[in-house]
Design a protein around this ligand. Structure first.
Ligand SMILES: NC(=O)c1ccc[n+]([C@@H]2O[C@H](COP(=O)([O-])OP(=O)(O)OC[C@H]3O[C@@H](n4cnc5c(N)ncnc54)[C@H](O)[C@@H]3O)[C@@H](O)[C@H]2O)c1
Length: 358
C-alpha cells in the first residue's frame, strides 16, 4: 500500500471510462491512495452500475461527460487539467456489441484512442499515460504457450480488430512523436477477462450468473469448454498503476506493451467457473446453449506475463479460485443489501496488503 500512497498522493490523474466497470474500481483505488481524479466518460450507464452503487462521483475532483471522439473537447480537458498520469480505459468493451455495432466500436476504440494520443501532444509537462487495450489484440491461433508481447496482432471480430488497430496506432504515435519527447511516457496494457463485483454487462459469464440468480432464471452457457485468462479486476488495475509509476519515474519502458494476466498454470474453462460458483450458490441452474453462436469466440486464450514480472515486478496475487471468491463475496453482499461500499474498500485493502503471495 505504502508504495502506491507515496506515489499517487496529490497526483492529478485522468481516468477515461471512469464510469465503467474497471474505471469505477480504479477511481476508488486511486481515491484511497490520495490522488486528485479527473473522470472522462460518455456515461452510458446501465440500470445497475458500479459507478452509481459506489457513488464514485463523490470521490473524484472533476468529471466530464464527453464523447472521446470529440477531439477538441478532449484536448481542452487535457490542456486545462494538466495531468501527471492518464489511464485510458474508455472503450466500447464488448465483443458481442461490436458485432451488432461495429461503427461505434471502431470509432471509439480506434479514433477515440488516437484522440487521446493526439491530446497528449498538447501536454507540456511531465506526464505518463497507460493505454488499455486487450488480450484480444493478438491474432488468436489457439496456442497453449500463451501470447507474449511480440506475438502477431490480429482479431477476427470488430472488437478484437479495433484493439489490435489501437496497438498499431499507439506504436506509430510513439515512434513519430513521443520517442524523443522527454516529458511524455506512454505504454499499452493488455489484460485478460476480468471479474469482480459491480460488473453488470451482458454476455460476460459472472454478470450473467448473477443476473440468473437475481431473476431466478436458468443460465444459458454458450461455450462451456472455452478457457479464458480470468483474473480479479484489481490485478490488472495494479498492473496499470505499476506501469504508470514505472513510466513516470523512468521512461525506458515508454513505447512498450505489457500483458497482465493470471498465472499460466491457471486453466479454468467456463464450465469450471460455473461449477465452482455452484458450490457457493447451489441455487444456480444452468443449461448448455447449443444453438449456433452469432459470432465466433476463441476457445483458448492465454497470456505470457513474464515481461511485466521482469520489468515491473508485477505478478498476480490471486488464484482463479480466490478471484472468484472475492467476486462472489461482493455480489452476495450486494444481494443481501450489506454496505457494499465498505465491502469494496475492505477488498481493496485486503488485496493490496496480501502478504502470502510468492
Ligand atoms: N472487462 C474486461 O474483461 C476487459 C478485458 C480486457 C480489456 N478490457 C478493456 O478495459 C477497458 C475498460 O473495460 P470495462 O470492462 O471497464 O468497460 P465498460 O464497458 O464497463 O466501461 C467503458 C467505459 O468507457 C466509456 N465510454 C464508452 N464509449 C465512450 C466514448 N465514445 N466516449 C467516452 N467514453 C466512452 C463508458 O462510459 C464507460 O465509462 C476497455 O478499454 C476494455 O476494452 C476489459
Amino acid at each position: 500500500m505504502k508504495k502506491y500512497k507515496r506515489f499517487y498522493k496529490n497526483k492529478t490523474v485522468i481516468v477515461t471510462g471512469h464510469t465503467g466497470f474497471k474505471g469505477s474500481w480504479l477511481c476508488l483505488v486511486l481515491w484511497l491512495f490520495g490522488a486528485k481524479i479527473i473522470g472522462i466518460s460518455s456515461y452510458n450507464l446501465g440500470i445497475k452500475s458500479n459507478y452509481k452503487i459506489l457513488k464514485i462521483g463523490s470521490k473524484i475532483n472533476k468529471e466530464f461527460k464527453i464523447d472521446i471522439n470529440n477531439f477538441n473537447k478532449l484536448k481542452n480537458i487535457f490542456i486545462k487539467t494538466k495531468p501527471d498520469i492518464i489511464f485510458h480505459l474508455a472503450a466500447q468493451s464488448l465483443v458481442s456489441k461490436s458485432v451488432v455495432n461495429p461503427l461505434e466500436t471502431f470509432n471509439t476504440n480506434i479514433i477515440g484512442t488516437i484522440n487521446v494520443l493526439e491530446s497528449l501532444r498538447y501536454i507540456k509537462k511531465k506526464c505518463s499515460a497507460v493505454i488499455v487495450t486487450s488480450d484480444k489484440c493478438y491474432l488468436n491461433k489457439e496456442i497453449i504457450r500463451g501470447y507474449n508481447e511480440n506475438d502477431i496482432l490480429g482479431g477476427i471480430d470488430p472488437y478484437s480488430a479495433s484493439k489490435a488497430c489501437a496497438e498499431i496506432n499507439f506504436k506509430s504515435y510513439f515512434n513519430t512523436y513521443f520517442k524523443k519527447n522527454k516529458l511524455i511516457s506512454v505504454a499499452t496494457a493488455r489484460a485478460g477477462n476480468v471479474i469482480g463485483g459491480g460488473d453488470f454487462s451482458s454476455n460476460r459469464i459472472l454478470p450473467d450468473i448473477i443476473k440468473s440468480l437475481i431473476n431466478k432464471k436458468t443460465l444459458k452457457i454458450r461455450n462451456p469448454k472455452s478457457t479464458r485468462p480470468w483474473q480479479h479486476v484489481l490485478e490488472p488495475l495494479r498492473g496499470y498503476m505499476d506501469l504508470s509509476i514505472n513510466l513516470y519515474n523512468n521512461s525506458e519502458n515508454s513505447g512498450e506493451s505489457f500483458n497482465f494476466g493470471p498465472n499460466k498454470k491457471e486453466n479454468f474453462t467456463v464450465m469450471n467457473v460455473v461449477n465452482f460458483i455452484r458450490k457457493i450458490t447451489p441455487a444456480l441452474k444452468i443449461r448448455i446453449d447449443r444453438s449456433a453462436p452469432s459470432f465466433k469466440e476463441s476457445g483458448l486464450l492465454k497470456l505470457d506475463c513474464k515481461k511485466a514480472k521482469n520489468s515491473l515486478g508485477w505478478y498476480p496475487y490471486l488464484s482463479t479460485k480466490q478471484s472468484i471468491d472475492f467476486t462472489m463475496e461482493w455480489y452476495l453482499a450486494y444481494l443481501s443489501k450489506i454496505n457494499i461500499k465498505e465491502i469494496t474498500l475492505k477488498q481493496i485493502v485486503r488485496y493490496f496488503e496480501q502478504k502470502n503471495h510468492k
